[in-house]
Design a protein. Structure first.
Length: 337
């Protein structure tokens, strides 16, 4: 009897602790998604002073389209000079012109480097090193990314698509960060008031292991652990390092054009990232990670706190979802041919 009552008490305490933890996380999640003030980028060196010499630089990869392009606009608006790194030179020239037109009067300078990350050429990374030599960088956005053209089983994945996904999402992100980081550390150590920031684009494709997108899913899961580990290393150097989680966003990659409650435009999504830097949003259970868009945040929170992102039920639902996307994509292809 004595043993039973100890057991009941223990279970009650455990249950109460779990309920309290859930309640605490829910309140935090809602405050961060809906109430708390936007991040002040002055701490990363963003300034409205119109002297461009006094401005710090933000480097954005995959900047010529979609989410990356909006990062470039968002960071210029927050008072950074912007270095655009991406593949298609004509798009970079156009974006540079538009950014200077919009923010040039506020002293914002824009530079660019065109490189194809899939080629993994030493000469491109040497050119990046040269590009940043006289710039003080405090913000790096590792945004460049590639997914599968359409959902496909691992065995049927085209060899080039498989290699490109890993080279662009992983190798290029690591090589770029290795080049930019010493510059960022120096910029931060020269001015004790300024911090550094590294944002790396993760994905719900890795938050939920995603059948029929296995290589993409694995590449983004790699970035999750790499970024979180790096964040531990960089704290003492005054550099914040965040993995940014996102469900679908309208873009060339997602092939979705119309936004919905669950699928924001790149502009809406990037605003939530830049306003929410330092908040976990829907990613309450993991360090140095943010799910900042409100509907993505609630989605992440509910799945994690109920079935769990790694549950077999979620995996099965994901498989069904991707099977149906694949069959629609194949029908569309067949119509075109
Ligand atoms: N859209 C979504 O639903 C979604 C969801 C979760 C996570 N994400 C992540 O968000 C990031 C941005 O995605 P997005 O939707 O904005 O993609 P996007 O519209 O396809 O834009 C990709 C950007 O990366 C550049 N890029 C692609 N391949 C390149 C290469 N080989 N070398 C250099 N640059 C290259 C593109 O340049 P070009 O203009 O030359 O093509 C473009 O600027 C990715 O990391 C993606 O995984 C997206």
């Amino acid at each position: 009897m004595g043993l039973l009552s100890v057991l009941y008490k223990g279970l009650f305490i455990l249950g109460a602790a779990k309920v309290f933890q859930l309640f605490f996380r829910l309140i935090q999640c809602c405050l961060q998604l809906f109430v708390l003030p936007a991040t002040n980028f002055a701490k990363y060196g963003g300034t409205k002073k119109s002297n461009s010499q006094k401005k710090y630089w933000a480097c954005v990869t995959g900047a010529s389209d979609g989410i990356g392009k909006e990062y470039a606009y968002g960071l210029a608006a927050r008072g950074f000079n912007v270095l655009l790194v991406s593949r298609t030179e004509s798009k970079l020239v156009e974006l540079q012109k538009n950014l200077v037109q919009k923010y040039g009067s506020q002293g914002v300078e824009v530079d660019y480097l065109s490189m194809d990350c899939a080629q993994n050429k030493d000469a491109d990374y040497a050119a990046l090193k040269d590009k940043i030599a006289n710039k003080k960088i405090t913000v790096l956005v590792n945004n460049v990314g590639l997914s599968h053209d359409i959902p496909v089983s691992f065995l049927d994945t085209d060899e080039k698509e498989m290699n490109d996904i890993i080279t662009i999402n992983n190798v290029s992100t690591l090589r770029t960060t290795k080049i930019v980081l010493p510059n960022m550390m120096e910029s931060v150590s020269q001015n004790g008031d300024v911090k550094g920031l590294i944002l790396t684009m993760g994905s719900f494709g890795a938050l939920f292991p995603s059948p029929l997108l296995a290589t993409y899913s694995g590449s983004k899961a790699f970035l999750q652990n790499w970024s979180s580990a790096l964040s531990g290393e960089l704290k003492e150097h005054g550099i914040d390092c965040e993995l940014v989680l996102s469900y679908l966003v309208t873009s060339k990659m997602s092939k979705i054009r119309r936004s919905t409650v669950l699928i924001p435009t790149p502009k809406q999504f990037v605003r939530s990232v830049l306003d929410g830097c330092g908040y976990r949003g829907g990613a309450q259970e993991r360090m140095s990670t943010m799910t900042p868009y409100w509907s993505h945040g609630l989605y992440h929170f509910v799945v994690e706190e109920t079935y769990g992102c790694y549950s077999s039920l979620v995996n099965m639902i994901n498989l069904k979802f991707h099977k149906s996307i694949r069959s629609r994509a194949l029908k569309k292809r067949a119509k075109k041919n």
